[in-house]
Design a protein. Sequence first.
Length: 469
Amino acid sequence: MTALGKLLRTTAFRLTLVYLAVFVVFAASLLGYFALNTRRLITEQITRTVTAETTRLREQYNEAGIRGLVLFIDLRSRRPGSSLYLVTTPTGEGLAGNVSALAPGALDHPGWIETSYRRIEQPDDVEHRALVQVVELPGGFRLLVGRDLEERERIYGIIANAGRWSFALVVVLGLAGGFFVSRRVLKRIDAMTETAHTIMAGDLSGRLPVAGTGDELDRLADNVNAMLERIEALMHGLKEVSDNIAHDLKTPLTRLRNRCEQALRGAKGDADYRAALESTIAESDELIRTFDALLMIARAESGQARDNMTDFDAAEIARDVGDLYEPLADEKGLMLKVEAPAAAPLRGNRELVSQALANLVDNAIKYAGLEINKINGAPAEIVVKAGVDGERITLTVADHGPGIAESDRGRVIERFVRLEQSRSQPGSGLGLSLAAAVARLHGGELKLEDNHPGLKSVIALPRAGPAGA
Ligand SMILES: Nc1ncnc2c1ncn2[C@@H]1O[C@H](COP(=O)(O)OP(=O)(O)OP(=O)(O)O)[C@@H](O)[C@H]1O
Ligand SMILES: [Mg+2]
């Protein structure tokens, strides 16, 4: 398609044409109405004055006879102006007046006619138009009284001219405006289309251009860009997950396989096989847990879990998780304390929030338990809190363990990241990733802070749930 063809097919240009047509019809009707009414008014005025004059001349005839009328008309004919007079004999010879020629047959029938005529004192051969009244006087004489129509036609002409000019102006300006607007719109659409093509070709980092005018195209571009942002993040997450699976699940699977092979080759009896099978089951359980954790993170990150938002009390969750982990804490010689005195109403995915808090408590028990006896003799405390902080609900887990160095706090949230110091403990490095993903899903955040000593992990969530959910 040619550039002009493209331009003419834009919605902007078509809209311009429609508006143009509407405007032209409107202007034409207005001017037409105005012109016709002006003409009618002038005609009416002429008719009124001519009728009055005819009546006056007829009276003159009645009073002073044909001689008196001829004298009277002679007098009037000499006055300048657009008035026309003519008196003729019954056979049509002119007796007095200022008309030298009339259209043939103009005097034949009494009444009103529009006719062409020539004036006596204007021997210019120019024919003028006039509106005249012809009356037959007693005795067969004919009297013609009329007015030149030049003025009426001039006014009519002025209006018609104004109409033609404004029509031309409107069409030219309208088309030029239409072209201008359409070209601007088209340019922006072309830029968007180009970007869309590069994105379709696989470059997800492309973004639609935003002109900054805040118009509908900008709003559209903004929304599409936000969508692309989200798609890119999801694609990135997906790629990360598959990379992670490839790297981090391959090792335990290989280990599992090698152990089975060893047992097949070197087992001496039932007891050896049994031991090999048991360790295989344990390793498989670990793998299944890792898979579950990965799937849960994926579910939280895709936003799909937003469908299951309900209203619940975060304080209740803190108490439940506390009850669940108390035996484990006891076993490690730790004191697990829950501080959730008041209700902390929250809108969100109950299952995921519980799991996130459980992960934090699990970490506290796992890693603070290592240090316990090194700090002092008394059992160290782990405090789980649920509270309201303005528009946010906070779930806090504080321990007195080794804590996480400030420089490591950013990366421990990533999948499969485990710090060197904690390699002796079981785990796959997904607990904090899930807690962070759940916080993000709810429009909140996971913060890791120093507990002097130890770690304070805080999940802060907006109480009303994620915006727009
Ligand atoms: N309370 C804590 N005290 C000290 N270090 C911690 C604490 N919580 C987490 N960490 C460090 O952060 C790392 C990541 O924690 P995360 O919960 O994501 O994984 P994990 O506990 O190792 O494994 P998983 O939770 O999947 O069983 C841990 O390996 C540990 O090094
Ligand atoms: Mg953990």
